[in-house]
Write a protein that binds this ligand. Structure first.
Ligand SMILES: NC(=O)c1ccc[n+]([C@@H]2O[C@H](COP(=O)([O-])OP(=O)(O)OC[C@H]3O[C@@H](n4cnc5c(N)ncnc54)[C@H](O)[C@@H]3O)[C@@H](O)[C@H]2O)c1
Length: 323
């Protein structure tokens, strides 16, 4: 098993830690010396996980929380700050759905509940935890999304898939906005994983069929994901950031700065104002006085371009006096 001594004494909040992937993650983080906040609505199983960690010599405490409820989440974060004196790692693992469904047969309240559990909860936990993470020397946010948020590969729940796609995009925002505070944000997107919930939801034939689509010909087990999250929380992943948000926001970055930035791929032989600008910048900055239309190389629409600065006259060759 990988060993990350730097994780000793760091405080890790893990939602959905009463069972499945969350419980295995809590055990693995505690084994590395983390102080673990087991956050779950299921107090019975949550306490069993926390007690087992303590019995093994680790440090864990249950915070019974409904992560879809803002005031419950605030109480939880305040309790963690009081009990552990801070927070370094947030793992948003709780989630899931109750049944396979189609858009047509999904009642509206099932949609709302599923989106609240899988997406609203991540926002609520992050929003409440960010002030504490900013005080950490190595803040980490790890969100558990799903393959269902990236593709439709098997019968699933549309509310679940849509919410998990939202988790992915929310993670990009977190990475982009919190980079300057030395907080990384990443998401993992597990394939079907053999947890008690999945075993109850899928038939054996289902499980065999899904496993046959996986290159390694097996479903994941909770430890596979827990090990990946351990790496993402470690110092070895200090620069590991959600890939689309790798360009870290810099102090002073604002919309104005974004507007004035030229595309990194711009040919360097052209002087700066003449470099082609990125799609984003091109469409975001309508000039005060449109000069002419330019064709966007990416979406092929015509957009008002900016006036070119006056050409500098080429220096006249100096005629040196004959000696
Ligand atoms: N198991 C899979 O096949 C699979 C695949 C892809 C993604 N995932 C994702 O991985 C994560 C964990 O999955 P799992 O199979 O281990 O789940 P699980 O159902 O075994 O555990 C979910 C935990 O979340 C808790 N929970 C539910 N509602 C809550 C609430 N309102 N407040 C607080 N806690 C609440 C439950 O009590 C439970 O302990 C989920 O986000 C899931 O969407 C799982």
């Amino acid at each position: 098993m990988a060993n990350y001594p730097e994780l000793k004494d760091r405080v890790a909040l893990i939602t959905g830690a009463a069972q499945g992937i969350g419980a295995e993650t809590a055990r693995l983080f505690a084994a590395q010396g983390c102080r673990v906040a087991v956050v779950d609505i299921d107090a019975g199983n949550g306490e069993k996980v926390a007690a087992a960690i303590r019995d093994g010599g680790g440090n864990a405490r249950l915070f019974r929380t409904d992560i879809t409820d803002a005031s419950s989440v605030e109480t939880c974060i305040a309790g963690i700050a009081q009990a552990f004196g801070g927070l370094d790692i947030v793992i948003n693992c709780a989630g899931g759905y109750g049944r396979l469904a189609t858009v047509e047969d999904m009642p509206i309240d099932e949609w709302d509940r599923t989106v609240a559990l899988n997406l609203r909860s991540v926002f609520l936990i992050c929003k409440a935890a960010i002030p504490l993470l900013k005080k950490s020397k190595a803040g980490r946010i790890i969100n558990v999304s799903s393959i269902s948020g990236r593709t439709v590969h098997a019968a699933s729940s549309p509310a679940y898939g849509a919410a998990k796609a939202g988790v992915t995009q929310l993670t990009r925002f977190l990475a982009f906005q919190l980079g300057p505070d030395n907080i990384t944000a990443n998401a993992i997107a597990p394939i079907t994983t053999l947890t008690p919930r999945v075993a109850a939801l899928r038939t054996e034939a289902d499980i065999e069929r899904i496993a046959a689509q996986v290159p390694l010909r097996r479903l994941a087990v909770p430890e596979d994901h827990a090990q990946a999250m351990l790496f993402l929380a470690s110092d070895a992943a200090a620069l590991h950031q959600w890939r689309r948000a790798r360009r870290q926001r810099r102090p002073g970055d604002d919309v104005e700065d974004l507007r004035n930035r030229t595309a990194p791929s711009a040919p360097s032989h052209l002087p700066a104002p003449h470099r082609p600008v990125s799609h984003l910048v091109m469409h975001r900055r309508p000039p005060a006085v449109p000069w002419r239309l330019r064709r966007c190389r990416i979406c092929a629409t015509n957009v008002p371009a900016h006036p070119r600065p006056p050409r500098r006259a080429a220096p006249k060759p100096s005629i040196s006096a004959a000696p």
